[in-house]
Design a protein around this ligand. Structure first.
Ligand SMILES: Cc1cc2nc3c(=O)[nH]c(=O)nc-3n(C[C@H](O)[C@H](O)[C@H](O)COP(=O)(O)OP(=O)(O)OC[C@H]3O[C@@H](n4cnc5c(N)ncnc54)[C@H](O)[C@@H]3O)c2cc1C
Length: 346
């Protein structure tokens, strides 16, 4: 199929995978209709912290073994995408602070992988994070990990899609709604299993609930700060602190018990912050067996997948969008397509 002969494609899902893919398809000249049952920003994509963090994620929660090169490739697609959308990409870097054993181990991990990292003194760290635990001597700063503001980015993607003639429709689909579909369908349905009959691959995704905390009565940190068991960053005029990992759960209830570890880690970082005053939001991540997305053709003809982002949906979205667009248009999907091929689990 040629990008000069537009045809209709339906994308189910308006999270970051759905919107980034829809945008990429529209930019390739296709007529795109996005169907989603929830407003953009109200699913995992809008709850997320928006860190584009190939380095820290490789060290702290490596998906698919060591996928560093893949994650770095995805990150490096962001500057161009952000520029096209008129979005600010925060490239001021990510800091880390905590006990000396932890920061020493981290620094060694960065250096072993050839990732850039430097030492930061206590006064600089405290300027970035007022209220920092007085026992922490300083920490680390890497320019490798960046950030985007998720809800602003989702709104920009939806607006750009509309400018390109894309349609966003609010509706919940059942598998029978996809029967008789003549054009290609991209399923970007996150952790929702409802369309499993349309693509059996969706049944292999496991939910991981994530709760994230926010408060508006403390000064926003000047950049992302990682500590053992948590991160804090400035968002919407306050402090965002994340996030829990609750495998097997797909409910969106605020659960104080499950937040306990996160709250303790944030309490160690900011000992003077009152423990009350945090509000919680929850989202559900979808995880494949190897922690990497399913991007490309599904086993059902005409069905394509952009799902399974686990912790790195924001980071991976431009790469997934590129691979899925190439699969739909029949063009070369590039070297990472095999690693993310939905057929890799057999
Ligand atoms: C607390 C938390 C913090 C996170 N922090 C980060 C981070 O810092 N950096 C990062 O890269 N990632 C982060 N993530 C992960 C990231 O949020 C997810 O990987 C990503 O948002 C998944 O996007 P998605 O588009 O696949 O799914 P979702 O955002 O869940 O979107 C799914 C879409 O499918 C639609 N849908 C599903 N089923 C149907 C149906 N039957 N009919 C119609 N519509 C349907 C929904 O309406 C929705 O629009 C975080 C996640 C959580 C929970």
């Amino acid at each position: 199929m040629s990008s000069t002969s537009p045809f209709s494609v339906r994308v189910v899902g308006a999270g970051v995978f759905g919107l980034a893919t829809a945008l990429s398809l529209a930019e390739a000249g296709l007529k795109v209709r996005v169907v989603a049952d929830v407003e953009p920003g109200r699913t995992a994509s809008g709850v997320a912290a928006g860190m584009l963090a190939p380095a820290f994620e490789t060290l702290l929660d490596p998906p698919g073994g060591d996928a560093l090169d893949l994650l770095l490739t995805a990150r490096d697609l962001w500057p161009e995408l952000a520029a096209r959308l008129g979005l600010t990409l925060d490239r001021s870097g990510t800091a880390a602070t905590g006990g000396a054993d932890w920061t020493d181990r981290l620094e060694a991990g960065f250096r072993a992988r050839g990732l850039r990292i430097g030492r930061v003194g206590r006064s600089e760290m405290e300027a970035w994070l007022p209220g920092l635990n007085p026992r922490y001597a300083g920490g680390l700063l890497t320019p490798e990990d960046w950030r985007i503001e998720p809800r602003v980015a989702l709104a920009a993607m939806a607006a750009r899609l509309a400018e390109l003639g894309g349609i966003l429709e609010r509706r919940r689909l059942a598998p029978e709604d996809l029967r008789g579909e003549t054009g290609p369908v991209v399923l970007a349905t996150g952790a929702d299993p409802a369309l499993g009959a349309a693509a059996p691959e969706l049944q292999g995704l496991a939910p991981i609930k994530g709760q994230i905390l926010w408060r508006g009565d403390l000064p926003p940190p000047a950049r992302v700060i990682r500590t053992e068991g948590a991160y804090v960053l400035g968002s919407e005029g306050g402090v965002l602190a994340g996030a829990t990992m609750e495998p097997g759960r797909r409910d969106l209830t605020a659960d104080a018990g499950a937040q306990a570890g996160l709250r303790a880690a944030v309490g160690a970082l900011l000992p003077d912050a009152p423990p009350e005053g945090w509000s919680a939001r929850a989202g559900v991540r979808a995880a494949s067996a190897d922690g990497l997305p399913l991007a490309g053709s599904a086993s059902q003809p005409g069905v394509f997948l952009a799902v399974g982002a686990r912790r790195n949906g924001w980071l991976l979205a431009p790469l997934v969008a590129k691979i899925v667009t190439a699969a739909v248009t029949g063009e070369d999907a590039g070297p990472w397509a095999v690693r993310l091929d939905p057929a890799r689990f057999g």
